[in-house]
Design a binder for this molecule. Structure first.
Ligand code: HEM
Length: 104
């Protein structure tokens, strides 16, 4: 889990053959999960190659889903300066960094 991706690099993996998403600052290769996702492949394609924290959280995933996510972990998102890096939120007892990459 040593690879770092910029948001630009991440955006190259936006097809059914190579589908990466970033959630809470980590990058996941969910290519093999497209067929198996209980929420369907379309929602995953919608966020393919993108920062998907909000979509993931809004869907109200269970802890089981978080564990599933762990299996696909391949790296970290190297958020560009000024992209909201350093914002934190509480998830249980663990404070995790999230990157919001909205640009106004
Ligand atoms: C990228 C990694 C993702 C993983 C590993 C994942 C995993 C899962 C799992 C395990 C479930 C079963 C219910 C649960 O345990 O919560 C689920 C359901 C669901 N997921 Fe995801 N999910 C991912 C991304 C997304 C995204 C980006 C969306 C977009 C909105 C989404 C929407 C949904 C919906 C709507 C359901 C409910 C399906 C139903 O009950 O009919 N998921 N997901």
């Amino acid at each position: 889990m040593s690879k770092e991706f910029t948001i630009e690099q991440l955006s190259n993996y936006n097809t059914k053959k190579e589908l990466f998403v970033a959630i809470r600052g980590y990058v996941y290769d969910v290519t093999g999960f497209l067929e198996d996702h209980p929420g369907g492949d379309e929602v995953l394609m919608d966020v393919a190659g993108q920062e998907a924290t909000e979509a993931y959280d809004d869907a109200g995933h269970s802890e089981d889903a978080d564990k599933t996510l762990d299996k696909f972990l391949i790296g970290r998102l190297n958020a560009p300066a000024g992209a909201g890096a350093g914002k934190t939120r509480n998830k249980g007892t663990v404070e995790v960094e999230i990157y919001t990459l909205k640009r106004w």
